[in-house]
Each structure stands twice: as C-alpha cells, then as structure tokens.
Design a binder for this molecule. Structure first.
Ligand code: ZN
Length: 315
C-alpha cells in the first residue's frame, strides 16, 4: 500500500525537477574540463588615505617581510614562557613575525610632507606611485631617526636624491649623534643632504599643525610627531613601539633595536599613556598595515585597538 501511495508523488516531483532543469541543461554546451583560475600570490594594499581635518594623510606600505625568531628581538628580559603567553593571548606565533615599514605622507594643503623613507628608494617611490604621488612632489622629508629602515629611501641606487625638490627636517640631537659616528647608512643617505636640513627640538614645528615630540631611547634623538588640523589629532609614533603586541602589552620588555633600553621603555610608557588618556589615534611605523590604531590601558601595560572605519567618517 505505502509504495503505491508514495510512488506517484515521487515520480511527479522527479518529473517537475527534471523539467525545471531541462532548459538550463539545454542552454549549456558540453564544456571541456577547465583549469581553475591561476594563483595570483599574496597581496596587500599599499596605501591608506583619509582626511584629518583639512589635511590628507596617506599611510604607505614601503615594505614588509617575515622575520624568524622574534623572541631574539622583543622581550630580551622576558622568559620564553612569558613570551609565549603574550603571543598566545594575541593569537600570533612565537617563531615568526611579520615586519611592516610604513612611511606616512601628509598633504597639508600647501605642502606635501613625507615622514621617513623606508628601506630603499624603490619601496617608497613604488608606494608613493600607488598612492598617486611622484617623489618630486614631496616638499618636506621628516626623518624620525637615522636607522636604515627610515633613511634607506633617501637616495637611489646611483646615489641621486630621491626627493629632488625637498627640504629635510630632523631632530637636532639625532643628527648630532649620528654625525659623531662612522655609520655607513647615515653617510650615504643623510650627509649628502646636510645643507638642506633644518633641525628641531621637542615642541618644534615642521610646518603649521605638525609638531615634534621628543621620544628618546630607541635612538638618542628619536622624535615622534603630532598632526593637528581643525581640532583633529593623529600621532605618528615611529619606533617608540615596534610591535603591536609585545611592545604594548609589555612596554618594559627590552627591544634589541632600542639603543637605550631603559629610556625607550620610559618613553613608551609616557607616550602610550598620553595616547590612551587622550584617546588619540596613531600611526606606528612598524604596526601591521595600515598601521593605525588606538591605545587603551590593560593590566600593567597597554592594548592596541586597530582602527576600523573611524577615519573614513572624516569625509
Ligand atoms: Zn624602524
């Protein structure tokens, strides 16, 4: 009985489905097997632009690379267990880290101001081109400090100035320090431009709305900068913190690249404390691209809150 009652329903449904499928099947020619679309390789955006008051700010990814054994760079005074716990808590591995190199270019409306120049000329000129700028449009190059990953784009392979029309600004203490050393990168990238430099100290102004803030320790005269336009602020903190987890959660962890480790830790605490208290967004040169976020206090240290759409609301 049951088969007899159900079988007509099944056969009617089957017929309906078959009928529905027929036009489509009829429309499709018999196609030979095709390969899937080709693999294109990893890709990442090269620039991120937003308005800050009447400024236009563009973060530029001038380079990125994977580095092994980051525990040999960060947390030199932390145990392996502490390093693993901090990494686990942030869902990042302990055996590798991704490094980012993020110069920032600011169009104030009257000048194009570039902060740092990356590892090599090709990286910064490529990122500028992606963002719609040519190197000869840059009016001012600001160097936060003289490490190779910040001054490496100053001159091309042939030794010519990458930014042919720029004036240069850096911290007086920083320039004085490196002038007294025998440093190859400084000699190659900075010394040839010495007569086009002006120097500033804590509180000095690059141009209207761009103010230097001393942040010594990473290097002797390392400077950060506060941008302010129409009441909106953004800090460019360069290498005051070099990793979004290890340097923020544990500001006292020693970093191999910090020349004065105690001073660098004190600077991190005071700068991050200010950013957290004032809720000021920042771009960190080595934060994961687009390298922009906020700081909140957490436990004995701080926590990085990546920017989402806040700046997109600026128009
Ligand atoms: Zn750096």
């Amino acid at each position: 009985m049951k088969p007899r009652m159900t079988s007509p329903m099944i056969s009617r449904r089957t017929a309906l489905l078959a009928g529905a499928a027929l036009p489509l099947a009829a429309a499709l020619p018999a196609t030979p097997a095709r390969a899937a679309a080709g693999m294109l390789g990893s890709a990442a955006p090269q620039f991120n632009r937003f308005k800050l008051g009447s400024f236009e700010v563009t973060a530029l990814l001038a380079g990125t690379r994977t580095v092994d054994n980051p525990n040999e760079i960060f947390g030199l005074n932390a145990s392996a267990d502490e390093f693993k716990a901090a990494s686990d808590a942030a869902f990042i591995p302990t055996d590798k880290a991704q490094f980012f190199f993020t110069p920032t270019v600011v169009n104030t409306g009257t000048e194009l101001v570039l902060f740092d120049t990356g590892l090599a000329a090709a990286g910064i000129t490529g990122a500028l081109a992606a963002a719609g700028y040519t190197p000869d449009q840059v009016d001012v190059v600001v160097l936060t400090h003289m490490h190779g990953d910040h001054i490496g784009g100053m001159v091309g392979e042939d030794g010519s100035a990458t930014f042919a029309n720029a004036r240069y600004v850096t911290g007086a203490i920083e320039h004085n320090h490196w002038s007294g050393t025998d440093n190859e990168g400084f000699a190659k990238n900075v010394v040839p431009m010495n007569d086009r430099f002006t120097f500033l100290d804590d509180g000095g102004s690059v141009t209207g709305g761009i103010t230097a803030m001393a942040a010594f320790g990473h290097t002797p005269g390392h400077m950060t900068y506060m941008l302010e336009s129409d009441g909106q602020r953004l800090a460019l903190i360069a290498d005051a913190t070099n990793h979004y987890v290890w340097s923020l959660a544990h500001p006292d962890w020693e970093v191999r690249f910090d020349m004065d480790k105690a001073a660098a830790a004190a600077t991190r605490r005071s700068l991050l404390g200010m950013l957290a208290a004032d809720r000021v967004p920042f771009i960190g040169y080595h934060m994961p691209f687009p390298a922009m976020g906020f700081v909140e206090t957490r436990g004995e240290g701080f926590h990085y809150v990546p920017s989402s759409y806040q700046m997109m609301l600026n128009g």
